[in-house]
Design a protein around this ligand. Sequence first.
Ligand code: XMP
Length: 308
Amino acid sequence: MFDAEAFIEESVGSLKKQLEGKKTIIGLSGGVDSSVVAVLVHKAISGNLVSVFVDTGFMRKDEGKQIERVFKGKFGLNFRLVDASAEFMEMLEGVSDPEEKRKFMGHKFIQVFEREAVNESAKVLVQGTIAPDWIETGGGIKSHHNLTLPEGMTLEVVEPLRDLYKDEVRKVALALGLPKEICERMPFPGPGLAVRVVGEISPERVEVVRDAEEIVREEIDGAHISSWQAFPVVLPGRATGVKGDSRDYGFMVAVRVVDSIDAMTANIKEPDWVFLRKIADRITREIPGVTRVLYDLTNKPPATIEFE
Ligand code: XMP
């Protein structure tokens, strides 16, 4: 049985030794993994940790401000919000290959960090890598962005959650007193909305999926549906629709809701029609470019949780 308190004590102790006197930087996304790492390292070395939230432009709506409120406000972390969205879009616009997206995101991420790290004279980069990330990368299934480091990277990398699975990380989050919205936060892939725009990335399609994500999240919360992950993607291509009296030709959004224990396998949530009809109605009404909403019926395996 996993003991969260013991894990905290042990890891804060060893982080203290490992990071003593070294200025440390973390990419704090507000996901449960990086949040737990940030608080653990803050406990170990406090002001010597700089937590950087990079707004890649591929984050959920208002995510940066929300994370800032929690970590700067409540936990007193040394927090920096860096708006790098223009740089990311410049590099990703027109890219459609999933692995290319992950690599570009990963490299740009590290580039931004290195820049911040130089400004802060940081020597160590701590990351919220957990066991499934490296197991799947090692197995050649997907290159999870937080492991794709460029050659010649000058920062020492420390990964305190390497041996943990998601359910264990959530237990640690609770034990650390992180707020419910963080402890229960759905996993969000490192490359963010870039892998939820299936196929070619354009600013317009990113906005569609960001707006749809907010609707799905609000409706999931409102209906008190508990799930591992619930999210929309925007599919490639267009579909015919009719809005008012005229023909429309718009985007297709697919919604995926799955249950899982550790993300290694996942089962689709059986559709609640009231919920599904409401999100379809809201998405097509509130996001003018969308003409069609679909529900994904595929378990993992054979599908992965994310589409890309
Ligand atoms: P897949 O799609 O591989 O996802 O079944 C398993 C879990 O991992 C999340 N995921 C990622 N997390 N970097 C991350 O930190 C990534 O590149 C990445 N890709 C997928 C996914 O959301 C799911 O919870």
